[in-house]
Design a protein around this ligand. Structure first.
Ligand SMILES: NC(=O)C1=CN([C@@H]2O[C@H](COP(=O)(O)OP(=O)(O)OC[C@H]3O[C@@H](n4cnc5c(N)ncnc54)[C@H](O)[C@@H]3O)[C@@H](O)[C@H]2O)C=CC1
Ligand SMILES: O=C(O)[C@@H]1CCC=N1
Length: 275
């Protein structure tokens, strides 16, 4: 199905790290900068966004959404309800509100927006900025299919999109939404090990980055199970198995399981606290 992106008026309300990454991807999908208004509270931030993306900017959230077809709400979860109350009266009836906030249920949007306002809840991740993200998409209960397809078309330039149910989104966020942070943590730790062994910081970091990039591509392009690829690196009686044993001794695998459960549980907790 082809959905027309060019000419779609988009407002980004609260253009921080995640919203900027989604905006960059949407522009790569064919969204035109002239059709975008992004809000920024600080003038310098607005100027930076205008310079980088060629979009219009304003500090006035309500004015930004007044003729929008799609409104991306990019503020932190604790600020979402107040922003919805602020923009609600100015929203065109057909404007689709797109959530990126972790934890917040669709029911919160229904409570703070005019009756019948279309909403799509998403969970993106920051690799969206380079077109290599993965975004969960949960349509609101009354959101029409063409509106969901429009949001997915806008997100196409950010990487993959995947429709899921709302009950799956806390786990999705714990794995994919937060996931880049775990990978950056591993890269940082591997680079530090390189420095410990006497490599320069620059070389160590480059080796760690290239190894993660190459391993990700190998996984994606071969479709092989990670355990099989791991076995292909670990020769019997060789070096890698010595390192993997130390990771197991350190409880790293189990730590990943409890870490992701903790992120999922915090997402659910945010939903209870703020939703
Ligand atoms: N950072 C990430 O990797 C991910 C973040 N998210 C979600 O994205 C949302 C934003 O997170 P980040 O981008 O990390 O935070 P951020 O702090 O970088 O961005 C929030 C932005 O909202 C602005 N803001 C706050 N109140 C405002 C208001 N009343 N009007 C206009 N702008 C306002 C801030 O100035 C800031 O630029 C959160 O809801 C988070 O759960 C979701 C997935 C991944
Ligand atoms: O840490 C957070 O709360 C956000 C949501 C998912 C990734 N970052």
């Amino acid at each position: 199905m082809s959905t027309q992106i060019a000419g779609t008026r988009v407002a980004v309300v609260g253009t921080g790290t995640m919203a900027e990454a989604v905006l960059a991807g949407a522009l790569a999908s064919g969204l035109e900068p002239a059709d975008v208004v992004a809000t920024a509270r600080r003038e310098a931030r607005g100027a930076e966004l205008a310079r980088t993306y060629g979009v219009a900017t304003t500090a006035d959230n309500a004015a930004a959404v007044a003729d929008a077809r799609v409104v991306l709400v990019g503020v932190k979860p604790k600020d979402v309800a107040a922003v919805l109350d602020e923009i609600g009266p100015a929203l065109p009836a057909d404007a689709v509100v797109v959530s990126v906030a972790v934890g917040l249920p669709l029911s919160l949007y229904a409570r703070h927006l005019p009756d019948g306002q279309p909403v799509v809840r998403t969970m993106p991740n920051t690799p969206a900025q380079v077109g290599a993200g993965v975004t969960a998409v949960v349509p609101g209960p009354t959101t029409a299919e063409p509106d969901v397809a429009l949001v997915e078309a806008l997100l196409a330039g950010t990487g993959q999109t995947l429709r899921i149910t709302e009950k799956e989104i806390d786990a999705f966020g714990a794995l994919a939404g937060s996931g880049p942070a775990y990978v950056f943590y591993v890269v940082d730790a591997m680079a530090e090990a390189g420095v410990l062994m006497g490599l320069t910081r620059e070389v160590a970091r480059n080796l760690a980055v290239q190894t993660v990039l190459g391993s990700g591509r190998l996984l994606a392009e071969t479709g092989e199970h990670p355990a099989i690829l791991r076995e292909k690196v670990s020769s019997p009686g060789g070096t890698t198995i010595q390192a993997l044993k130390r990771l197991d001794d350190g409880g790293v695998r189990a730590a990943f399981l409890t870490a992701l459960e903790a992120a999922r549980d915090r997402s659910a907790e945010l939903g209870r606290e703020l939703g």
